[in-house]
Design a protein around this ligand. Structure first.
Ligand code: VGL
Ligand code: ZN
Length: 208
């Protein structure tokens, strides 16, 4: 059991819209649920993020006339992938997967609730300057080792891992507890960026 005061697990976006039948289904996304649930026996400190968009969010292709999901557009903070409408606040798609163990979550961080900015990372919105406040929470609680699991490896997990490194944490991505969207080589790119940043990729079977 990793009940060390300095270790925590952050479960990224295990929500219906990223799972089977969801609006932005991540291939094989559901299969992370039992693995993450089994980590409850290992990590005492478990937190989660929830993608939480208002309807009409600017990351939705439907908000841009003539645009389709998975096209990109330039926005103030760089390139933005346009997504199908997903994780709209208070909809079934935004709820956690019904089998995800949530009773022992110590904190749920919602992100992406500003209409004009998307937010992949648990730490900063995509403009890279608007904080979610999570850094302060983690530092205040004295965590140093951040373990990440969830959806999707190449977007919200990778962005969170890279930001966590920038904030000075030691970061471990539990690869078998994540699944990727993999758009235009985005998984390989994300893995390269995580490796370059010193993010450690591990397997849940090595934790005990
Ligand atoms: C995510 C795309 C859009 C994710 C969230 O959780 O990885 N990806 N919103
Ligand atoms: Zn989103």
């Amino acid at each position: 059991m990793i009940e060390n005061a300095s270790d925590c697990l952050i479960i990224i976006d295990v929500q219906n819209d990223f799972c089977a039948g969801g609006a932005l289904e991540v291939p094989d996304g559901d299969s992370v649920v039992p693995i993450i649930n089994s980590l409850a026996g290992i990590f005492k400190n478990r937190l989660a993020t929830q993608d939480w968009h208002p309807s009409g969010h600017e990351s939705f292709a439907s908000s841009h006339a003539g645009k389709f999901p998975f096209e990109t557009i330039p926005v103030g903070y760089g390139e933005q992938v346009l997504w199908p409408d997903h994780c709209v606040q208070e909809t079934h798609g935004a709820e956690f997967h019904s089998e995800l163990k949530v009773d022992d979550l110590q904190l749920i961080v919602r992100k992406g609730f500003r209409r004009h900015i998307d937010s992949y990372s648990a730490f900063y919105e995509n403009d890279k300057i608007t904080p979610t406040g999570l850094t302060g929470y983690l530092k205040n609680r004295g965590f140093q080792n951040i373990y990440l699991a969830g959806l999707a490896t190449d977007f919200c997990v990778a962005y969170s891992a890279l930001d966590a490194r920038k904030e000075g944490f030691d970061v471990f991505v539990i690869e078998d507890a994540c699944r990727a969207i993999d758009l235009d080589n985005s998984l390989a790119t994300a893995i390269q960026q995580m490796d370059d940043a010193g993010v450690v990729r591990i397997n849940s079977t090595t934790l005990e």
